[in-house]
Design a protein around this ligand. Structure first.
Ligand code: SF4
Length: 127
């Protein structure tokens, strides 16, 4: 996407419509967003250009189980902390059984977000 100091283009990822957004910084420093089909696009562009956030998905190893369990954060975490958050997930090895929705890490890296299992993982199961 095109980017200069005062002009930036991005695609809204909030819904499948994928509106092409344009953000212009006016002479007063105010951000003007256009191209959005609904107000959520404005909110997305402002967030993305000031403090981008992402839901983190990963695989977590469990104790005494070969197959990892898929996990995700229950809310978006700051993009700048993604590597630290992933490292904490890879360092953590809870004991099975794990049920979908179980919180496996609370307050990941001080973000206030939790890491939750997105699948069941039961010792002895090969799925
Ligand atoms: S601006 Fe609104 S309609 Fe367009 S992609 Fe974003 S959420 Fe969807």
């Amino acid at each position: 996407m095109k980017k200069t100091d005062k002009h930036q283009e991005l695609i809204c990822i909030i819904c499948p419509r994928g509106c092409r957004l344009t953000a212009e910084t006016g002479p007063d420093g105010k951000l003007e967003i256009s191209g959005n089909s609904c107000p959520r696009g404005i909110e997305y562009a402002r967030q993305e250009l000031t403090a981008p956030m992402r839901v983190l998905t990963a695989l977590m190893r469990l104790q005494n189980m070969e197959k990892p369990v898929s996990v995700k954060t229950d809310r978006p975490v700051p993009k700048a902390l993604l590597f630290d958050c992933a490292a904490e997930i890879y360092r953590t090895h809870p004991a099975p059984p794990v049920r979908r929705g179980d919180i496996l890490i609370r307050d990941l890296c001080g973000t206030g977000c939790n890491v939750v299992a997105t699948r069941d993982a039961i010792a002895g199961e090969s799925r």
